[in-house]
Design a protein around this ligand. Sequence first.
Ligand code: HEC
Length: 149
Amino acid sequence: MTKSEVVLWAASAGLTLAVVGFAASAGPMEDRQAAMKQVGQTMKEASAFASPQTPFDAAKVKALMGGVANTGKKLKSLYPAGSGSDPKSSADPKIWENKADFDKRLAEMSSLALAAGKTTSTDTFKPAFQALGATCKSCHDLYRKKKTS
Ligand code: HEC
């Protein structure tokens, strides 16, 4: 991506502030929120390839899913103890009571993303993508506080 493409991408995703926070590494909470947003954006882009209306592009799917897998690995270090107390964080305190389970779910997200990235057709990508999407939802249900605002 060129610089202007990055800016466009960030603006379209409403990410400008988060990206700035990410680059400046304001703290683990900002970093993980920016990383999650990026994963959300990538998943949105990738969802097109689960539809027969979009010609399957194996290289693109592999790149998108590789991005999710790498972010999953990075996210593991972005939940240090004590980083859930910020009122701006939606991280549920249960994360730190069940850190091993939480980390296992992140690892599962990464391995399912890698598996989805190895598919070569809409028909094989679709179920792999849905399995990956299910890991987002099940973790959010358990460990992400509902938005109050
Ligand atoms: C292991 C648990 C876990 C998995 C798996 C997971 N998330 Fe999250 N996600 C969280 C938590 C916890 C937060 C809240 C972080 C915070 O506010 O500190 C979050 C926040 C988010 C946000 C909001 C970011 C923000 O602050 O604006 C998005 C978007 C998101 N996740 C997308 C996804 C997608 C898409 C997937 C699957 C590909 C996924 N997540 C998988 C735990 C998870």
